[in-house]
Structure formats: structure tokens, C-alpha cells
Write a protein that binds this ligand. Structure first.
Ligand SMILES: C[S@@+](CC[C@H](N)C(=O)[O-])C[C@H]1O[C@@H](n2cnc3c(N)ncnc32)[C@H](O)[C@@H]1O
Length: 503
């Protein structure tokens, strides 16, 4: 089908997109639960979709296949979908790898260049919008975040998929531009967020927490009357300025479609993850509070550092997140585990303090081998870099101390068999074996094919220390146990080992 009388063709094969024989299955790899009591997965998929068996879900994989596989259980079950896909910039985006306690290394997070040009990009988004529409509940909303590069094309696509009548807003999120040097055109300083709904019956909440603050000028002019209500003196009649009391709501102004009150992420803030396209939690707070109710299901299929998931978690919504890169999923996992130390969305200067609700980490089950060294980490001078698949996985050693019914594990060494293929700039930054390690977790009673994490340790940008010694774990009964340990290094490579212990 030609798109807009241009030579761009919309290629969409409905039969193929919805052929369940081609769908890939999701494989659970890790379960995280903050409480001492393990969450046992229910076998009944349908019951997992609603409370109380619900478990939030973080999935690594191409969102096209992920959404296809979710269709079986989640058709018309998701209340709000926010997506922030690549913007068709033609460039690469980066993130900081934090090495040990002091060093960093910048590497590619994802590429935004498209071999097939605009046509391939538009078709990429088109297929995903069609799947999103299937997953959205009848009262659901979609927010699609873009900028000047292609938002005009994608608006037409959204009209086509969701219907012009279901367009609600084109939100302009304007932020102060960083030091841009151009004097050839005006500085570009806003993103566009399209808001569409599945139908004309949709959730939209007039919640004071979504209100925009008054400008400083208005704030200084505001006075409080004897009943605690706020007003300023002003108004006009027939062109004449008046000085009557104009009452306003104390919470601020109901939001317009131009949002100027949310700053971009800065490196000195606690939410900063070192990921160049990370969005602020306050942006997602407004979207989620306005377009979903508590306990509703919110999804982000291009979740990056997991901003939408974190905001959903803190606002009492259930969530599903998906990203194609293991690095992003790794950041999301750590961010969620540490949610209690992130900012409280209703009182930003305080910490959230609550533990995360249980979540499972899944992968699309296919034959792809995740085990490769991303280009930026490779040694540019190494000759004959072997086929990536032939690398041996890193190995680690532990010491295990058992006392009566308890056990404590200490990581004692970590060995990378492919250091000669790594960029020397990384090697120079390693002074202790633990500098290789970014995360490790233990399942003290491994039973099935996924790790049920009883304990985790990880670094994050604001707390770079890593515990090498686990907590003391007490077994409730004597017996033989299989302990599984997983270690994730700074490149994102995972190694697992099992130990059999007698208690
Ligand atoms: C602009 S970033 C999202 C940033 C995110 N909103 C945040 O606050 O951190 C886009 C993300 O889309 C991911 N991505 C690109 N293509 C994808 C695909 N086909 N499936 C899933 N994720 C994809 C990239 O890996 C990247 O993390």
C-alpha cells in the first residue's frame, strides 16, 4: 500500500503477523522477590494476568516477537502503553559502563541507523503499532514519544492504525536545550508525544498530581484568603484591566499540551543511569497518573533504562517492560531491585523507601547466542578475532561456608578467557577481579529451570560498591540442596554455576 502517495510502501502481512505457529515462546530466567517468601509461579497463564497471582514482567527480545507471544494471554489486557522508540536520527546512542568503583567506559547502547531508510523505519513502527492495538484494552491509551525527525510521518500512521477520532493530544515536551552551537537555524528543544486511545471511552484522571506548577510570576502574585483559597488580583472587562480576585486551584494548573515543567535528566541527579536517551520519571508520572488507575497494567516495549516501569511500580500499577538489548534489561533489573533508594514521585526530595513487588525476567526463546562481545569492547588491534560463538564463558570461584543450618558464600575470583580480544582501554581500568563484576545473585535452593533469587548484589551509578560476601542464608530443613550462582560482568556476559551442599 503506498504511504501518502509517496514511493514508501506500507508492507504489512496480517496473516504472517498473527500466525501463532510462527510465535516464539517466552522463557523465564530469573524471579525476584523482596520478601523472604518465594513466589511460586502459577501454571495457569490466565490467572497470572490478574491479581493476586500477577507478577511484573521484564522481557529481553525484539518487541515484535515479544508482543506476538504476549497476544495469547494479554490480548486487550494492557491499559496503557508508552513507547519511546529510536527516533530515526541516523546515529548511535551510548551508555556508560561503570567499571568497579571509579572508572567508566562509554559504549554503544543501540543503533538508530536504518539500512532500508525511512521505508524500513516506518514499516518497523507500523507492525508494532498494529500489535500494540491488539494488546490495548478497550479503554486503553497509547503514548508514542518521538521528535522532529519523523513525528509527522508517524502521526499519519497512528491516524491510520488507531483512527483519527482517537487522537487526543500532540504533547510538546519542551526542555531547556543543552549547549547547542548552531547559528544556522533555531535550537531544537522539544520532543513530541502522541496520545491516542483505543476508543472514545478511555481512562483519563483529573488527578492533582498531574497538574503543572504555576510560573514563578504567578506564584509570587498568589494570595490566600481567610478560607485558605488562593487568588490573584487581575482579570479584564471590555479591554479595561480589573483588580478583582481571580480564584485558582492550589494544586497548580490542569496540564496543557505543552509541558515545560519537566527537566531533562542530568548527570548529577539520582535517577541518572548514564544512558543517553533516558527519560525523566516525572514525565512518566504525569502520563501514568492521567491515563491509568491503580493496579492497571502499564507496558513499555522499548523500555531502555526502565523509566516507565519504575514510575508504574511506584504509582501502584502492574507493569511489563521489554527491550532488545541485554544491557538495557540489565539496567532495568538493577534499577527495579534498588527502587527503594530512588526518589519518591510525590515528594521528590525523599526516597521511595518501599521494596519492589515480585517480578520475573524472561527472554524470547530462540537459537540466538547472546554471548558475543559488542563492537565497542573489542580490541581494535587484535588480529584474527575468532567467531564470537566460540568464546568460552567467564568463570568464577567461590568459597562456601556452612554452619549447622546456615550458609554464606563469598566470591573469590573471576576469570575472563578472552581478555586479549578486549579493548586495552578496558583492561587498564581493571585493578581487582571484582572490577569485572557488575551483578551477582544466588538461588540457595535451585529447583526448576530459572533462578529464584534469594540474594543479589550489584553496582549502580550512585553506589558503586559491590558486596563480595553474601548474606547468611538459613535453611528451614536439613537435606541436600543445589545452590545456583549467577555472575554478570561489565560487558553483560552471564555465567552460572551450581554447587551441591548438605545441610
Ligand atoms: C529511546 S530508548 C528508550 C529509553 C527509555 N524510554 C528510557 O527512559 O530509558 C529506545 C530503546 O529501544 C530499544 N529497542 C530498539 N529496537 C527495539 C526492538 N525491536 N525491540 C525492543 N527494544 C528495542 C533500544 O535498545 C533502546 O533501549
Amino acid at each position: 500500500m503506498p504511504f501518502l502517495n509517496s514511493n514508501i510502501n506500507l508492507e504489512f502481512n496480517r496473516e504472517k503477523l498473527f500466525d501463532s505457529n510462527l510465535f516464539k515462546s517466552l522463557q523465564i530466567v530469573e524471579i525476584h522477590c523482596a520478601s523472604e517468601n518465594r513466589v511460586i509461579l502459577s501454571k495457569d497463564i490466565e490467572s497470572q494476568v490478574v491479581s493476586p497471582d500477577w507478577m511484573n514482567l521484564l522481557i529481553q527480545g525484539d518487541n515484535k516477537y515479544v508482543m506476538q507471544s504476549l497476544l495469547e494471554s494479554f490480548k486487550e489486557k494492557i491499559d496503557l502503553i508508552y513507547i519511546d522508540p529510536p527516533f530515526f536520527t541516523g546515529g548511535d546512542f551510548h551508555f556508560k559502563t561503570f567499571i568497579g568503583e571509579k572508572n567508566t567506559y562509554v559504549s554503544k547502547a543501540y543503533s538508530d541507523s536504518w539500512d532500508g531508510g525511512l521505508e524500513s523505519y516506518i514499516n518497523f513502527i507500523y507492525e508494532r503499532l498494529i500489535l500494540i492495538k491488539e494488546l490495548l484494552s478497550k479503554t486503553g491509551s497509547i503514548y508514542l514519544h518521538l521528535d522532529w525527525h519523523v513525528s509527522h510521518y508517524i502521526k499519519i500512521l497512528l491516524d491510520q492504525v488507531f483512527g483519527e477520532d482517537n487522537f487526543r493530544n500532540e504533547i510538546i515536551w519542551a526542555y531547556p536545550a543543552a549547549s547547542v552551537k548552531t547559528r544556522k537555524f533555531y535550537i531544537r528543544s522539544y520532543d513530541t508525544i502522541f496520545f491516542y486511545t483505543k476508543s472514545d471511552k478511555y481512562i483519563f484522571r483529573d488527578d492533582p498530581h498531574i497538574y503543572m506548577e504555576y510560573s514563578d510570576r504567578v506564584k509570587t502574585a498568589l494570595k490566600e484568603d481567610e478560607n485558605g483559597l488562593f487568588y490573584y488580583r487581575g482579570g479584564s472587562h471590555n479591554g479595561k484591566k480589573l483588580s478583582r480576585k481571580v480564584y485558582v486551584e492550589s494544586d497548580g494548573i490542569f496540564p496543557r499540551d505543552v509541558w515545560t515543567d519537566i527537566p531533562y535528566i542530568r548527570a548529577n541527579t539520582s535517577e541518572y543511569q548514564g544512558f543517553s536517551t533516558q527519560k525523566p520519571e516525572r514525565l512518566l508520572k504525569r502520563i501514568i497518573l492521567a491515563s491509568s488507575n491503580e493496579n492497571d497494567l502499564v507496558a513499555d516495549f522499548f523500555c531502555g533504562t526502565g523509566t516507565a516501569l519504575l514510575a508504574a511500580e511506584k504509582l501502584g500499577r502492574r507493569w511489563i517492560g521489554c527491550d532488545i538489548t541485554p544491557q538495557s534489561i540489565h539496567i532495568c533489573r538493577k534499577r527495579m531491585l534498588d527502587v527503594k533508594n530512588s526518589n519518591d514521585l510525590f515528594n521528590w526530595s525523599k526516597k521511595y523507601k518501599k521494596e519492589f513487588k515480585p517480578f520475573k525476567l524472561s527472554k524470547i526463546h530462540n537459537n540466538e547466542n547472546d554471548f558475543h562481545i559488542p563492537g565497542e569492547y573489542l580490541n581494535p588491534n587484535a588480529s584474527s578475532i575468532p567467531e564470537l560463538i566460540t568464546y568460552k564463558k567467564p568463570d568464577f570461584d567461590v568459597s562456601i561456608e556452612t554452619k549447622e543450618d546456615s550458609i554464606q558464600i563469598t566470591l573469590s575470583n573471576y576469570k575472563i578467557p578472552y581478555t586479549q580480544y578486549l579493548n586495552p582501554k578496558i583492561i587498564q581500568k581493571i585493578s581487582h577481579f571484582s572490577d569485572w563484576i557488575d551483578y551477582w545473585c544466588i538461588d540457595f535452593n535451585f529447583q526448576v529451570d530459572h533462578i529464584n533469587c534469594d540474594w543479589t548484589a550489584y553496582r549502580n551509578p550512585k553506589n558503586r560498591q559491590l558486596r563480595l560476601c553474601s548474606k547468611i542464608f538459613n535453611f528451614k530443613e536439613t537435606g541436600t540442596y543445589k545452590v545456583r550462582i549467577k555472575v554478570v560482568n561489565i560487558i553483560g556476559h552471564e555465567s552460572e554455576k551450581d554447587y551441591i551442599i548438605e545441610i
